[in-house]
Design a protein around this ligand. Structure first.
Ligand SMILES: CCCCC/C=C\C/C=C\C/C=C\CCC(=O)SCCNC(=O)CCNC(=O)[C@H](O)C(C)(C)COP(=O)(O)OP(=O)(O)OC[C@H]1O[C@@H](n2cnc3c(N)ncnc32)[C@H](O)[C@@H]1OP(=O)(O)O
Ligand SMILES: Cc1cc2nc3c(=O)[nH]c(=O)nc-3n(C[C@H](O)[C@H](O)[C@H](O)COP(=O)(O)OP(=O)(O)OC[C@H]3O[C@@H](n4cnc5c(N)ncnc54)[C@H](O)[C@@H]3O)c2cc1C
Length: 661
């Protein structure tokens, strides 16, 4: 990229960067070798001509766009397969996927959830049967859980799997419209198999929801099998190429062994054998929630790169009347909008890495029959997924708005990035629903703290606070982290007390919970923020890097801490010993941090190492040829391929002529 002829503002920005951009790239990637491998892989993918679109896909019809996405998905699969064989390298398909599809792959659910569920929910025999076929794409699948009537409350799913011991089969039925599966990616026209999550019935008795692997289309003709009604749900706000679909069954039979039986089992005679913990059936969702935190980091870095580079190139208005128009990046308000995006991406990445380790540890424990840490993992993954996805959505939108009118152009790619980022707030567990799951855990932890029990590490601050809630405020990163814990503890206590108050007034527990649920949700958010602050600050101070880079990383991590303290200063005034003077000091600190980060802003986004082919943005390309690219892309509009459009003769001219009469 170094030889590209760049916009002079970007050249100047890069020259004043105080740290080694390559060092940060390697740190993010996990080492110099990892960067080399990543770049070689991406070079290979983006040099495949057939993966490049001649016409921007936004000009295609819904159907053509889908077909083009499937075409590219199959080529990408082949190229990746060859690459993996040749280099023994497991590539990050999600990252290049943004480049290849701009939106999302119709195979997203195959990779993200179908294969993962076979691994997580299948017995060794079931894995041996389906995993090789799924991994080499002999079968293509999705994860079909959500229905028209139920997404959040999965115990309420209506699809039925009734066991017939005579034939040793399950009979699948969707008797009501609300029971139709609705949303699964790839279901519309791509997949031939599904994990169907359905209510198990044996001898008229319900045994809760279980996962079944079901073939829904003929492997040769791709026609829906008899008894299967399947189709696509139509255009959405984003995810246009994900091919989300609907599905219903009528007396559709599948063999007994198609129930994934790693946890619970149905024996030949219809005996139901309970698993170690029925919530293990929800395992794929926990895994994907963890993954989404990592995805939030990538999505945020895409938007930050586009908006920061554009802000370095764009000049508008003046700070001083007699001086030239300034780069908009010099406006402190612009820095306020953008630097939190850079900082958030690093925070999400560090927290993702921490959460993934916890996830893997719990999986190891579960394999040995130990489930003590599962509730903590579930609670942590729920609130982090909810808060990171919501933050990522807000930050991406702020980056888009920070690009003014041009941020509204599809060719900036910011609307598309916003579309797939904001979807993460809803899918894999709607944010409020997940925050309330964490709140259940927090309330239990609070009760345990009141009883003097030892708490799990992520909530041990509740006991500390109970012992001493009168800690002197300190304007240091460690002091701020403590402050976030005080806010979280104070909110958990307040929510708990509110529940107790309603119970004393005669409400039953569930009604009291609902009445206190705004507070519970906020307590859960505060808990999540305290984890984000504690973990990210802890990761940064443990990072081994050159002094120059470490200084910048600390500035970003502090910016995140101070930004969120100021954003939620009302909470700090209520729940901690912060004073108005401390807030004034933090405001000053915030301004200092913005000024300190300013010279490194372009270097910092360069260090996300996102190729132009992944960014897909007229505003964010490495060379900063913003206006040239905007014009080049505009000229690709089909309306610009003719000097006079037929609508002139058909409608406009008659209209004008009528007006003359
Ligand atoms: C790998 C890289 C990935 C990168 C990421 C990028 C892309 C990802 C790829 C694909 C994603 C694309 C599209 C998304 C696809 C989907 O959206 S699939 C559908 C997802 N659906 C949901 O997430 C549904 C959300 N709802 C639920 O999870 C549950 O209904 C609920 C809200 C958790 C409630 O369940 P319920 O059975 O009613 O439980 P209840 O509230 O009664 O709680 C009972 C106890 O169970 C505990 N618990 C609940 N869930 C879990 C769990 N997963 N694990 C462990 N424990 C759990 C809960 O804490 C309660 O415990 P108590 O001790 O009783 O308090
Ligand atoms: C882009 C996209 C892709 C998806 N892909 C898939 C897929 O591949 N497979 C699949 O199975 N599903 C998929 N889904 C579905 C997704 O998982 C659900 O939409 C999601 O879990 C939310 O459920 P819901 O739509 O029923 O929302 P609802 O639960 O109806 O939410 C509506 C409102 O009700 C509130 N609410 C609901 N329950 C409670 C409660 N207990 N307490 C307080 N408030 C509550 C919510 O907070 C929200 O404000 C996808 C969705 C999207 C948007």
């Amino acid at each position: 990229m170094a030889n590209v002829k760049c916009n002079p503002d970007l050249v100047r920005e890069r020259a004043k960067c105080s740290f080694d951009v390559n060092e940060l790239i390697h740190l993010i990637d996990g080492g110099e070798n990892a960067t080399k491998e990543k770049r070689h892989f991406e070079e290979t993918i983006f040099s495949v001509k057939e993966l490049q679109d001649a016409v921007p896909e936004e000009y295609l019809s819904h159907k053509d766009r889908y077909e083009n996405a499937v075409r590219k998905a199959t080529i990408l699969r082949d190229v990746c397969r060859e690459y993996m064989k040749k280099y023994n390298y497991k590539p990050n398909r999600f990252r290049v996927g943004h480049g290849v599809f701009k939106d999302v792959s119709p195979f997203l659910l195959h990779d993200g959830m179908f294969v993962a569920t076979i691994i997580g929910q299948g017995t060794p025999e079931q894995q041996a049967e389906w995993l090789p076929k799924a991994e080499n794409m002999q079968i293509i699948g999705t994860y079909a859980q959500t229905e028209l009537g139920h997404g959040s409350f999965i115990r309420g799913l209506e699809t039925r799997a009734t066991y017939d011991p005579k034939t040793e089969e399950f009979i699948l039925n969707n008797a009501t419209l609300s029971s139709f599966k609705w949303w699964p990616g790839g279901l519309g026209s791509t997949v031939n198999h599904c994990i169907v999550v359905a209510q198990l019935f044996i001898n008229g008795k319900s045994y809760g929801i279980q996962p079944f692997i079901v073939q829904i289309r003929d492997l040769n003709t791709h026609k829906p099998l008899p008894g299967v009604k399947v189709g696509e749900i139509g255009p959405k706000m984003g995810f246009q190429t994900a091919n989300n679909g609907f599905l219903g069954f009528e007396n559709f039979r599948i063999p007994r062994m198609n129930m994934l039986m790693k946890n619970a089992q149905v024996l030949k005679d219809g005996t139901f054998v309970k698993g170690m913990n029925e919530k293990l059936t929800y395992g794929t969702m926990v895994m994907v929630r963890v993954g989404i935190v990592g995805d939030c980091s990538l999505n945020t870095s895409l938007a930050a790169t586009i908006a920061v580079r554009y802000s370095a190139v764009r000049h508008q208005s003046k700070i001083k009347a007699k001086e030239p128009e300034v780069q908009i990046l010099d406006y402190v308000t612009q820095q306020h909008k953008l630097f939190i995006a850079i900082a958030s991406s690093h925070v999400f990445r560090n927290v993702y890495s921490w959460l993934s380790k916890s996830y893997l540890n719990v999986m190891k424990d579960l394999a040995q029959g130990k489930q003590d840490h599962l509730p903590e993992l579930h609670a942590t993954a729920c609130c982090l997924k909810a808060v990171c996805s919501r933050d990522a959505g807000s930050v991406v939108e702020e980056c888009r708005l920070a690009c003014g009118g041009h941020g509204y152009m599809t060719s900036s790619n910011l609307p598309l990035v916003y579309g797939f980022t904001i979807a993460t707030v809803t899918y894999e567990g709607e944010q409020t629903v997940l925050l309330l799951q964490t709140a259940r855990y927090l309330v239990k932890a609070w009760l345990a703290a009141l009883q003097g029990k030892v708490l799990a590490p992520s909530v041990s601050y509740l006991s500390d606070w109970l012992k001493n809630d009168n800690v002197r405020w300190q304007n240091t990163p460690e002091g701020i982290v403590k402050g976030f814990q005080h806010v979280a503890a104070g909110k958990v206590k307040a929510a708990y007390d509110t529940i107790q108050k309603y119970i004393k007034l005669g409400k039953d527990y569930e009604d009291a919970w609902n009445l206190a649920s705004v507070q519970l949700m906020k307590a859960s958010e505060a808990h999540s923020r305290s984890i984000l602050c504690e973990v990210s600050w802890g990761e940064v101070i443990r990072t081994s890097a050159s002094p120059n880079l470490l200084q910048v990383l600390k500035q970003l991590a502090q910016l995140y801490l101070v930004y969120w303290t100021l954003e939620t200063s009302g909470d700090f005034l209520v729940y901690s010993n912060i004073s108005k003077d401390d807030i004034a000091i933090l405001r000053e600190k915030y301004e200092e941090l913005l000024a300190a980060i300013r010279p490194n802003a372009v270097g910092l986004v360069d260090a996300f190492d996102l190729r132009d082919e992944i960014l897909h943005s007229t505003l964010g390309s490495y060379d900063g040829r913003v206006y040239e690219r905007l014009m080049e892309e505009a000229l690709k509009s089909p309306l610009n391929q003719e000097s006079v459009n037929a609508s002139f003769h058909k409608y406009l001219k008659p209209l004008m002529e009528k007006a003359k009469l």
